[in-house]
Design a binder for this molecule. Sequence first.
Ligand SMILES: NCc1[nH]cc(CCC(=O)O)c1CC(=O)O
Length: 311
Amino acid sequence: MNKVIRIGTRASKLALWQAEHIAELIKPSGYRTELVPMETKGDKILDVSIAKIGSKGVFTEEIEAMLLDGSIDIAVHSAKDLSSTLPEELELIAFTEREPVNDVVLSRRGGVDLTHDRLRIGTSATRRVAFVKHFYPQLTTVSIRGNLQTRIAKLESGECDALLLAYAGVHRMGFDNLIVEKIPTSYFVPAVGQGSIAIECHKKLAFEKKEVIRRWVNHEETENCVRAERAFLKTLQGGCSIPAFGYAHYEENLITLKAGIISLDGQRVVKIKKSSSLNDIKALGESVGHDVLQSGGREILQEIRHKMALQ
Ligand SMILES: NCc1[nH]cc(CCC(=O)O)c1CC(=O)O
């Protein structure tokens, strides 16, 4: 039997860390692993914001092509970077236990007061830019792209005074010492999938390999939460470039999903919170999605698509 699992990944340091983490998790199963790193469009085009590159799968297209032609067995992605609709032949089979899902502020000069300081804050995700405009209107947002190391170098060189990033990536790359504030998820709701690593494969991947991956990599609670969030995002037909947000967690025997969308200027926010039993995860996501669309989300989304098309 072929006891090797070939793992496709982006070649950035964060992606490689994540792929190696998955390889470590698989190790006790007796399977060997091989990493197959590659560059994606999102890694190559650095002078344009993700929203402007436009295509949904900017970080995934090249990797998915290798899943489709069988040159790799699984692909490792930040769950957040995955579009809500995968190619027909592919599926997600595992999600790692989530890190704290918060966004965090990084700064060189110690504590910051986000509500009073007049900082230039580096971030480029549309969700974060819109939330900053909404909650901290006196801050200036500076568009900063590139991998984590590049962004931190830009902070060091003074292109901005602070950075706004996902805790998970900062922690994985060992930059915890630069974190000056952890923003509560209660109002700064994270992106769908933030903090978890997802495993994608061909639906026809050998049953045994799928079993090994689910057994050693999957964290069921995280899986249920991220699947609820992704069902929400799918209802909005969104990818990681729209300012949608969604965060699910367990509450007693229920799963609670809080999700919505914010206009690019931060002026209008539609946010819906609902709970369901663990048996109705997909329905919960869809129901929240429909409520968001009906409560003004549809207009916000149309406006965003229109603006992005003009850029
Ligand atoms: N869009 C880039 C991206 N994709 C995943 C992470 C961090 C890790 C994670 O959220 O799981 C990041 C960086 C960031 O948003 O700060």
